[in-house]
Design a protein around this ligand. Structure first.
Ligand SMILES: [Cu+2]
Length: 225
């Protein structure tokens, strides 16, 4: 089904894609329907010698139908997206993988807990433009910005959230497939906006452990401290 969306590597990605495609097809069919009607009326009521225009007062039945049908579609979509939204945004699963990501002009600063496992202490590990996570574990991202509004976007994980100065916004995702993926900024934030490209590296659990041990990030059993 997904031919032109980026590859999905997150546990909630299929729910997001399903809604996306449902809305895509509904609006696509509506668009084709409207265009066909326009074409039909263009031809049917084209100028012809000797035929006079008539004045129409409209049609109440038609007005009611094309008000109620889209309203019902919106209500249905609202109900369908509610549970997906609640799952992604209103419940944050407990996890020991927590990373602080701060946007600034013009890059992303990632801050990992050091070997004490606590974010915001002296042994934190900092990196620029590179987010490392394991598969199979929820990752909590604590998002903020130093200067202007940036937008943290993990297209492959189907996660997008504005980063706002003065606010810590917590989001999460759980990756399912190792690999290297883009982290663009999705909010025009200034002249260097286009250069704000970071990378999300998804490791399998063993290679994540090795990476963490090498960086002295996260408590890794038997290593480091
Ligand atoms: Cu930007």
């Amino acid at each position: 089904m997904s031919q032109w969306l980026p590859e999905d590597i997150s546990t909630y990605g299929p729910d997001v894609d399903r809604l996306f495609y449902l809305i895509y097809y509904i609006t696509g069919f509506a668009c084709i329907g409207v265009l066909l009607c326009m074409l039909y009326f263009l031809v049917k009521y084209r100028h012809r010698e000797g035929r006079r225009a008539i004045y129409s007062h409209g049609n109440n039945t038609l007005e009611i139908i094309w008000t109620i049908v889209p309203a019902l579609v919106f209500v249905m979509l609202g109900f369908m997206s509610r549970s997906v939204w609640a799952h992604i945004r209103q419940t944050l699963p407990e996890t020991d993988i927590r990373v602080r990501v701060t946007g600034k002009q013009f890059n992303w600063v990632m801050q990992y807990p050091g070997l004490d496992g606590v974010l915001g202490t002296a042994d934190d590990v900092k990196a620029e433009n590179s987010l490392h996570v394991p598969t199979g574990k929820p990752v909590r991202v604590i998002l903020s910005s130093e200067d202007v509004i940036h937008s943290f976007f993990l297209p492959n994980a189907r996660l997008k959230q504005d980063a706002v100065p003065g606010r810590d916004i917590e989001v999460w995702f759980e990756a399912t497939k190792p690999g290297k993926y883009d982290i663009p900024c999705a909010e025009l934030c200034g002249f260097g906006h286009g250069n704000m490209l970071g990378y999300l590296t998804v490791h399998d659990p063993a290679s994540f452990k090795a990476w963490a041990a090498e960086k002295k990030a996260f408590p890794v059993e038997g290593g480091g401290a």
